[in-house]
Every structure is written in structure tokens, then in C-alpha cells.
Design a protein around this ligand. Structure first.
Ligand SMILES: Cc1ncc(COP(=O)(O)O)c(C=O)c1O
Length: 468
């Protein structure tokens, strides 16, 4: 019994969690040994664990809690909606006001004219829906061979079977027998890592577009239906493509009569300094998916917006077959939709997107202040999302060995010890705070992060991993 950590004994949260709870994105063996970190409450940008320790949530949870972790208005709206109509569905032409209002609001906000809004519960479900829409649409258009969808290496679009296939990260495929057939991955637009010696950012962007075109030609243009991209890549390591990249990529898609799908699950609702990442990155999508900050993450809900061209095809095929045989019990769930609509009202009334834009220069300044840190190879950000890449040698960009050194994880662990959550994706350390964050809180966040990097540097020196 003595070798069982105190918190795992008896009926503690940790012991019960280990006994009963199968976690997402977790090494189960490690979890048995070290147990969970249990969060019990939140306020503003802070969350508190069951030992009473407070953390700055520097990742807004999962890039999502735009309003932080407390909001009376959202709680009240959920309560009122539950009293009035706790559940109703939208199958077979049924509807309810929260879904109607939210669809209308999203269309009014869209970065390009959109025709209709379909609701789901998660980013993965939204992107899975897109895959099926693209297939259904091309059957409707009488080109059943035009079905392949291109995403990017390091892109993240979720984990369900089709969305997980779109995702371009090895851990989402390995041992899951993914990707499924017909999903292709093109180059990752990360100049720091994949730009060649002597290549300008512009030349790199051109090469990415050429590689996309080569892939399409190799596959046969009449078999390729669409491309999906996050305007700014999130889980792949916060990658902001070089200027001009999307103009070139979209031109290729247009040339081969492909749809362009923007995955705004992270970027949507102010994260990149505009309402949509599409506006920041000059993207004109045919289909747009969003989730996360749609409801400030207070309840699960996601949306797929389609333009008139896509809608017309879906409409004719559903008429031919008799129905669009797709939908979730909770598509447009009234409580989630009411909360999402209220979140949007709060964003408007408090000018949250304007606030995020105004905080962006301070955020950028903090991120860039790390550029000359001995461990930081790249410091990158846009709006209120950024990342630091930790490297063994700044000049040669040589990475640390991930498995034996785990430098990025060390930074995240040191940050956690200092009451700050950031997320390491390999050796890229991401920062994506709630959009409500103010300048003093930003200074506090980045102060803790600097201490964490310095502590990591001291560790790596004493372990003999870092010679600089
Ligand atoms: C860009 C993007 N798309 C899709 C998803 C999947 O969303 P969910 O986890 O809600 O299924 C995520 C999740 O992080 C994401 O970042």
C-alpha cells in the first residue's frame, strides 16, 4: 500500500478515475501510474484543481474556451432553454427557434455568401459530414469518380473515421488502420521546417502549390473533389502559412474544379484577429466548418456552412433519393444552439473580436521576445494563437531527440508546476489563451512561460542535452 501515491488511495478522484475512466489522447499505462489532474472549477482565464491549485489556462482548454471558464449569462440561457424545450430534433423537417436563430446568425457572419447551415456536435462530426457532402454532391452532379479529398501533412481535422483520415498526423492513423481510401495528404506549409536553403517564403508557397498540383495530376484531376485546410494549422504545431500561399493553393483548386473547405474549428470566432481565419488568410471557401468557440465551449455544438452551389447539388440528390440520409440526434440541439447564440451576442456586445485584435500586438511582442532565447528556434503567432519551437541548435534548426529528451514536454511540465497550462506538440509549445485575456494577464502568462523555458534550459544543460 505504501508505494501507492497518497492521492490514489481509497475513494479519491484519482483512484476512481484510474479505475473507471478511459481518457481521450492518453497513454493508459502512464495514466495508471501517475493518475489524472482533476479540475474542479474555473473563473475567467483560470482553472483550479482538486488540491486548490490555480492555473492560467494558456490553451483555453482545447483552443476553445473564448470566454474563459465562467459566465452567468450562458448559464442562465441554458437553464431557461432547458425549462422551455430541453430537447428537440431537426430530422424530417422538424425545427425549433434556437437552431433557426443560430443558422441565421452564422450565415450573417460568414466570410463569403453561404446558403445553409448544418449542425453537428463536434469538429470531427462536422468534418465527417463534409466528406459525405462532397461524395453526395459529386454523385448528384453525375461524376461519381470525383471523390478524393486532399488535406495536408500535419493538418488536424478530428478523429472520427473520415475526419481522422483527413488529419495528417501519424498518431491519429497508427494502429487505427487509417487513413481510409481516397484521402490524400499534400505538403505542410511550414516554411521554418520545410523551406529549402535559399528558398524565399514566396518561392516556398509556390512550391507548395506546385506539389499540390502534381498530386492532383498524378491522381487524375477528374478523381479529386476537394481540399480541406485549417487557415492556421493548430494541433500540427500552430503553423501560419507564408504570405500568398492560399492564393496559390486556391487557384490550383479552382483550376481542377475542386471545392475548397475551410476548417475554422480553431480559427473561427476571433482567434486570428478577425472573425474568421479565412479573412486573415484570404480564403474564399465553398464549405466552412466551425465548433469550439461557436458556443465558447460551454456546450458541444459544431456547424457546417455550405454555399449555394453545394446546396443545390445536395438538394437535388435528396429529392432524387427521398432524403439526405445524414444527421445526428443532437444536430442543432436547442440548449447548445441557444447557448451558442448567446455566446455570439456576448461576443458582439463586448466587442470580443475587437478586444482580441487589440491584444494581438502585445501577444506578438511577448512571443517574439522569446526569439533570442537559447532554446527557441522559431517564435510564431497570429492574433491570439502562437507557438515556440524548442531546438537543440538554433543555427542548424537541429531538433532534440523527441523520445529521449522530450524538451517540449519539459517546458509544458515546468509551466504546469508554475500554474500555467500550455500544450506541447512534440517540441512546439502552443499558447492559445481565452480571448478575454487582458494585458496584465498576458504579462503574467508569458512571465511564467519564460521561467519554464529557463528551467528547461537549466535541466537540459545539467542532463548534458544542451551544450549552448
Ligand atoms: C482544426 C480542427 N478541426 C477539427 C477538430 C476536431 O474537433 P473535435 O475534437 O470537436 O471533434 C479540431 C480539434 O481540436 C481542430 O482543431
Amino acid at each position: 500500500m505504501n508505494d501507492v501515491p497518497r492521492s490514489f488511495r481509497g475513494n479519491s478522484n484519482a483512484a476512481r478515475d484510474i479505475a473507471h475512466h478511459l481518457h481521450p489522447y492518453t497513454n493508459f499505462k502512464k495514466h495508471e501510474q501517475t493518475g489524472p489532474l482533476t479540475i474542479v472549477r474555473g473563473r475567467g482565464i483560470y482553472v483550479v484543481d482538486d488540491d486548490g491549485k490555480e492555473y492560467i489556462e494558456g490553451m483555453a482548454g482545447l483552443w476553445s474556451a473564448a470566454l474563459g471558464f465562467s459566465n452567468e449569462r450562458l448559464a442562465t440561457v441554458a437553464y431557461e432553454q432547458m425549462k422551455q424545450l430541453p430537447f428537440y430534433h431537426a430530422f424530417n423537417q422538424r425545427s425549433h427557434e434556437p437552431a433557426i436563430n443560430l443558422a441565421e446568425k452564422l450565415k450573417a457572419m460568414a466570410p463569403v455568401p453561404m446558403s445553409k447551415v448544418f449542425f453537428a456536435n463536434s469538429g470531427s462530426e462536422a468534418n465527417d459530414t463534409v466528406v459525405k457532402m462532397v461524395w453526395y454532391m459529386n454523385n448528384a452532379l453525375g461524376r461519381p469518380q470525383k471523390k478524393k479529398i486532399i488535406s495536408r501533412i500535419k493538418g488536424y481535422h478530428g478523429i472520427t473515421v473520415a475526419a481522422g483520415s483527413l488529419t495528417g498526423l501519424p498518431t491519429n492513423h497508427r494502429s487505427f488502420d487509417l487513413p481510409i481510401a481516397g484521402i490524400l495528404h499534400t505538403s505542410c506549409p511550414h516554411y521554418y521546417r520545410f523551406g529549402k536553403d535559399g528558398e524565399t517564403e514566396e518561392q516556398f508557397a509556390t512550391r507548395c502549390a506546385e506539389e499540390l498540383e502534381q498530386l492532383i495530376i498524378a491522381e487524375g484531376p477528374d478523381t479529386v473533389a476537394a481540399m480541406i485546410a485549417e487557415p492556421v494549422m493548430g494541433a500540427g504545431g500552430v503553423i501560419v502559412p507564408p504570405k500568398g500561399y492560399y492564393e496559390k493553393i486556391q487557384a490550383v483548386c479552382r483550376k481542377y474544379d475542386m471545392l475548397f473547405v475551410a476548417d475554422e474549428v480553431i480559427c473561427g470566432f476571433g482567434r486570428t484577429g478577425n472573425v474568421w481565419g479565412c479573412q486573415t488568410m484570404n480564403i474564399q471557401p465553398d464549405i466552412l466548418t466551425c465548433a469550439k468557440a461557436l458556443s465558447a465551449s460551454f456546450l458541444p455544438i459544431s456547424a457546417v456552412m455550405v454555399n449555394e452551389k453545394v446546396y443545390q447539388a445536395l438538394m437535388s440528390e435528396s429529392d432524387k433519393i427521398g432524403t439526405w440520409g445524414h444527421g445526428f440526434t443532437y444536430s442543432g440541439h436547442p440548449v447548445a444552439a441557444a447557448v451558442a447564440l448567446e455566446a455570439q451576442k456576448i461576443y458582439d456586445e463586448t466587442d470580443l473580436f475587437g478586444h482580441a485584435k487589440r491584444m494581438s500586438p502585445a501577444f506578438t511582442k511577448h512571443i517574439q521576445s522569446f526569439a533570442d532565447h537559447p532554446l527557441v528556434g522559431e517564435a510564431m503567432s497570429v492574433g491570439l494563437v502562437g507557438a515556440l519551437e524548442v531546438v537543440a541548435d538554433k543555427k542548424t534548426k537541429t531538433p532534440f531527440d523527441l523520445a529521449t529528451v522530450g524538451a517540449g514536454l519539459r517546458v509544458a511540465n515546468h509551466a504546469q508546476a508554475r500554474g500555467l497550462f500550455v500544450r506541447n506538440m512534440g517540441d512546439r509549445v502552443a499558447i492559445c489563451p481565452p480571448l478575454i485575456i487582458n494585458e496584465a494577464e498576458l504579462a503574467d502568462l508569458f512571465g511564467r512561460l519564460r521561467q519554464s523555458l529557463d528551467a528547461t534550459l537549466a535541466d537540459l544543460r545539467s542532463d548534458g542535452h544542451f551544450k549552448g
